[in-house]
Ligand binder design. Structure first.
Ligand SMILES: Cc1cc2nc3c(=O)[nH]c(=O)nc-3n(C[C@H](O)[C@H](O)[C@H](O)COP(=O)(O)OP(=O)(O)OC[C@H]3O[C@@H](n4cnc5c(N)ncnc54)[C@H](O)[C@@H]3O)c2cc1C
Length: 425
């Protein structure tokens, strides 16, 4: 959820990329002021003595200048000694940022489909048209659509979608698993902090997000994507160990964990890349692959920061192939209906306007309930069940009274079998 200006590339003296990412960060802040905010970060300088502190201070001044002096100027702070500088961050969540963009484009001319998988695709070069098979993952039915161009924006699944499309790529993805633990934040911690990892040359962050502090991430190369998408006990143990060493005296034990966030970063490398390297040494930049003959594009790698710039490039490529048939201006949408202490969108609103059809859609993606309430929204002793059932009753459209109960029961079973054992120390 952080919108980095490319500090990682400054350490590699790649000034061009830093300038590009700082520009991307400024554009996101300018274009989406309601969604993006600045965030104070304390870059800890205790390690390396004065020498380390001066070096970090100078580097962060340069970083600030390269960002066009748009954010607050870095300054030294005490207890612990750190250089306080700024990045940008999404106010609510990455999922909400995405759904708000998609919602704006759902119209009579463009349809957004949730839980819909591309299962086959054939290009007819004579008619210059794609025949695409889409499967509704909830009822299993398949549908055929035609397309004059396709864009593969499937993130870590881009290689497998390219295989389905029959598109060759000079790039492939290397996968890097990342895990965060969330601990309670009573509101007293407003600045994020960047700590050196005790084992390894990387850093670890402590970031305020609503009522929690996120601690992480890990950075582990994985070959098997499916296994990378789920956290395991070693990830949790590692983060708890780092917390004990870096933040002694804090309540950051297994029993304090509010939630675990896990994902896999898609890192674009040349297709022939075979090296076994620490994933942080690999670029996080976007790459665009174009198959001109088939009118297919594929996006590799990337971060939030450069996503708008990539979207502009994709749009320009498609306009080079096709003339828009319909007006492209997104309609002005009403603000979502919100309720409760955290102002989450209501289940009814999410159901009617945001393609929300499962409990996971609502508690993990339309709201942050699963990340801000222990045991993925169930609560420490299961006390959140009634609230989850009330949500399920509102989002199930089948009218079947048993469907909501089944939805919650399956959710509970998943929490018991996959989540609880991770924290059972
Ligand atoms: C721990 C961690 C922390 C991170 N922190 C940050 C950060 O602070 N800032 C930042 O900028 N980036 C961060 N990232 C990276 C960021 O999450 C990714 O770069 C980003 O999610 C990639 O977006 P995407 O749209 O390309 O892919 P995704 O978000 O993965 O979207 C791809 C979509 O394609 C869909 N899809 C896949 N296959 C099919 C198919 N066959 N049919 C239909 N749909 C399909 C998927 O369901 C998915 O919805 C982090 C990543 C991790 C793992």
């Amino acid at each position: 959820m952080l919108i980095w200006g490319g500090l990682l590339y400054l350490t590699k003296l790649d000034f061009k990329t830093v300038l590009k990412l700082c520009k991307g960060r400024s554009e996101l802040m300018r274009d989406f002021p309601a969604d993006v905010t600045s965030l104070d970060l304390d870059y800890l300088v205790g390690v390396g003595g004065n020498h380390g502190a001066i070096k970090a201070w100078l580097a962060l001044q340069l970083y600030w200048l390269m960002g066009g002096c748009k954010l607050r100027r870095p300054r030294m702070v005490e207890n612990p000694p750190a250089v306080r500088y700024q990045e940008a961050m999404l106010r609510e969540s990455d999922s909400r940022f995405v759904i708000d963009r998609i919602r704006g484009l759902d119209s009579e001319h463009g349809i957004a489909l949730n839980h819909c998988r591309l299962v086959h695709a054939e290009y007819d070069p004579g008619r210059r048209v794609w025949h695409v098979g889409l499967r509704d993952e909830l009822d299993g039915r398949e549908h055929e659509v035609r397309a004059r161009a396709v864009v593969n924006a499937a993130g870590v699944w881009a290689d497998s979608v390219n295989r389905t499309l029959g598109v060759d790529s000079p790039y492939k993805h290397v996968f890097s698993k990342g895990v965060y633990l969330a601990f309670p934040n009573d509101g007293s911690e407003r600045a994020a902090a960047v700590y050196p990892m005790r084992h390894g040359a990387d850093v670890i962050t402590h970031v305020p997000w609503g009522p929690v502090m996120m601690w992480g991430p890990t950075e582990t190369g994985v070959d098997d994507l499916a296994r990378g998408l789920a956290p395991d006990r070693r990830d949790v143990e590692y983060l708890l160990e780092e917390a004990k060493g870096n933040l002694p005296g804090r309540r950051m034990g297994a029993g304090d964990v509010v939630s675990i966030r896990c994902g896999v970063r898609p890192l674009a490398v040349p297709a022939g890349f075979r090296k076994d390297v620490y994933p942080l040494t690999l670029s996080r930049r976007h790459r665009l692959v174009a198959d001109e003959a088939k009118r297919a594009l594929a996006i590799y790698g990337g971060k939030l920061t450069g996503s708008l710039q990539m979207a502009d490039v994709v749009e320009a490529r498609i306009r080079g192939w096709l003339k828009p048939r319909f007006p492209c201006e997104p309609p002005v949408l009403p603000a979502p209906e919100r309720a409760g202490v955290h102002g989450f969108v209501t289940p009814e609103w999410a159901r009617d306007h945001e393609f929300c059809v499962t409990l996971d859609d609502y508690v993990r993606r339309r709201t942050s309930i699963a990340q801000w309430t222990p045991r993925m929204g169930l609560g420490p002793d299961g006390g959140g069940r009634a609230a989850l059932l009330a949500v399920a009753q509102k989002i199930t459209t089948s009218g079947d009274a048993g469907a909501a109960e089944t939805m919650v029961r399956e959710y509970e079973e998943r929490v018991r079998s996959t989540y609880d054992p991770l924290l059972d120390f």
